[in-house]
Design a protein around this ligand. Sequence first.
Ligand code: NAD
Length: 304
Amino acid sequence: MSTIAVIGLGQMGLPMAGHLIEAGHRVCGCDVQEAPMQALQAAGGIACTSVQEAVAAAEVVLTMLPSGREVAQVLRQVIWPMKMDKTDQQPVLYIDSSTIDVATSRSLAAEAATHGWPMIDAPVSGGISGAQAGTLTFMVGGEADHVARARPILMAMGKRLFHAGGAGAGQAAKMCNNMLLGILMVGTCEALHLGEALGLEPATLAAIMKESSADNWALRVHPPLPGLSETAPANQGYQGGFVTRLMFKDLNLAFAAALESECATPLGSLARNLYALHLQHGAGALDFSSIYALLAPGSSAAEP
Ligand code: NAD
């Protein structure tokens, strides 16, 4: 049993904290909003009114914040200045599971080392449903011994862990994965829309493609039209799932990384612009598969 500070109790952080509590850990949580603090307390956690209070007695600190800006702010303004008296214990392990840009993640890991904090980046795949079910996939960057120490804690919230490499490697893997996912979803929408225009039933075309060379996760598990998969957000008017605003955020992170590394990502850039248009049409809070509506504005099934 460890004392774990969880900073950021949003759609992901709160259910993740719940699994840590279920696993027997003492969870000290902190959020700038009141409602998730009450929910944490109801789940058996300890609601702390400041990051300092949450971190003070922690052996492990986990952040699940919106972006690199909040993560850097919490670390630089609050956590690094704290003097942690851990002389006869192992140093506090810091895990960032937020999705943030690789450059910030690497800078923060370098800063963590100078402050004596072992740090890993451990962004997740699996979305809100994966966080609730405790089936997340962690993509981890950092030193092997730090990853080994984090493994049992992460596995209380997930089912798979990949050690992708050194600092920032987890964020890099997450970014590449989500860029491809964004592209695959647009391509899947395009093919299904063309099929409809050619008189094919979406279910028939989807069944054919799932058994053919175009099979992919967006088609098989998360299709953009209702009735093609039991769990698809399309069945519930695109509520829940992975919202367009977050897909756009991740494509922006990939775009920034491509600029920095002078890497051509033409389809990633195109996908980024398509999701930007979809966002401008008011679809930010809908699952990203709702981008079908951008390609087929007349489609009643996909109208946001
Ligand atoms: P969210 O907006 O629901 O939660 C973020 C929480 O952080 C909010 O409750 C907010 O009040 C809190 N917060 C902001 N600044 C804070 C501060 N300074 N101190 C304490 N709390 C603060 O976001 P989310 O959906 O939980 O996502 C969290 C991270 O996980 C993001 O980086 C996101 O990209 C990533 N992610 C999300 C999903 C998803 O499906 N939602 C999937 C994979 C990864």
